[in-house]
Every structure is written in structure tokens, then in C-alpha cells.
Design a protein around this ligand. Structure first.
Ligand SMILES: O=C(O)CCC(=O)C(=O)O
Length: 168
């Protein structure tokens, strides 16, 4: 297997150069673009590296709108997770989507109905792009559960914040 892909400089110079934020216990994160208050943490404005800007451009071709923020999540092993939550669309441009681009190991994204009666799931493969509108959050929470067999993964989550209010 060799080194995890995200530690190999040749695989992704951009991601190996990221300074990861360690304030969260479950995984590491990094913010790019306009400032963002996420899960109780403030991410100051950081220029989006060209490679991440290029992926934002690809996402734009599917959504028809730009993205001015990227929150990257580093799941170094399958022990790194994201708990059940509903995404906030506060501050996002009305009608815009959140785009999740996946790199590295495949992980499950599990959706659970708010009454906890129903579950469904997707596998987020390397190179996949998932688009979620605010409607996706109605009645459902989602999570990336533990997966002991999984290797290193990065998700790039793109948002389009209203530039007038971003980071307020
Ligand atoms: O890492 C992932 O794919 C999950 C991202 C996610 O659920 C979120 O940003 O709300």
C-alpha cells in the first residue's frame, strides 16, 4: 500500500502543504476563502490555493453558481469521523448548494431521519462530487461514521456565502 496518498508529495502538493487546524477532536480541518464560523470555530480568510479553486470551478459547472469558501476535512484514518448534523445555510446565498468533493479513501455518508426511524447512505468515492441543497437537510441529519478499514481521505466542502455578510 505504501504511504497514505495524502502524505505523498507527488500525489497532492496542495494538500500536503495545508496547515491543518487541530481544534476539533474528530478530524482535522482547514478553511479557505471568505471567513467562516463552523462548529463553534472561526476560520479566518485564507486565499484558496489554485488547485482548490479549480475544483470549485468544476463544482460551479454543475450548480451554475460560484463558491467562495472551502472547508477541508482531513480523515487520516477510519477513526476520524463527522457526527450526525444538519448543515446550516445561514449566510449562504439563497438557493445555493453545498458541494462535497472527495479525495482518497472511500467513506460512507449516512443519512438518518430526524425521528431516527429511517437510514440511507451513499459511498463517497475518490473524485466524486456530491451536491446538497437546503432541502437535503429537511428531516434528515448526516454523518461520516467510523470505518476501521478506511485509509486517508480529504473532503473539500464548498459553500457560496453572501459576500456582504461572510464571517459576520
Ligand atoms: O466529509 C464529508 O464528506 C462530510 C462533510 C459534511 O457532512 C459537511 O460538511 O457537512
Amino acid at each position: 500500500m505504501g504511504e497514505p496518498w495524502c502524505r505523498r508529495r507527488s500525489t497532492s502538493a496542495t494538500l500536503t502543504q495545508v496547515t491543518w487546524d487541530e481544534r476539533m477532536r474528530a478530524r482535522r480541518t482547514a478553511g479557505f476563502g471568505v471567513p467562516y464560523n463552523y462548529a463553534g470555530q472561526r476560520y479566518d480568510p485564507v486565499p484558496m490555493p489554485p488547485q482548490i479553486t479549480a475544483i470549485a470551478g468544476d463544482a460551479r459547472t454543475w450548480t451554475g453558481h460560484p463558491f467562495n469558501n472551502c472547508l477541508a476535512n482531513l480523515y487520516e484514518t477510519g477513526e476520524n469521523t463527522m457526527g450526525f448534523h444538519q448543515d446550516s445555510y445561514d449566510g449562504l446565498v439563497a438557493g445555493s448548494s453545498i458541494a462535497i468533493f472527495s479525495l482518497g479513501a472511500a467513506r460512507r455518508l449516512v443519512f438518518r431521519s430526524l425521528d431516527r426511524e429511517h437510514r440511507t447512505e451513499l459511498t463517497l468515492e475518490h473524485g466524486s462530487l456530491l451536491l446538497m441543497t437546503a432541502v437535503t437537510q429537511l428531516g434528515w441529519a448526516h454523518a461520516v461514521p467510523r470505518d476501521p478499514a478506511a485509509g486517508c481521505r480529504v473532503s473539500l466542502t464548498f459553500r457560496w456565502f453572501d459576500p456582504q455578510t461572510a464571517g459576520a
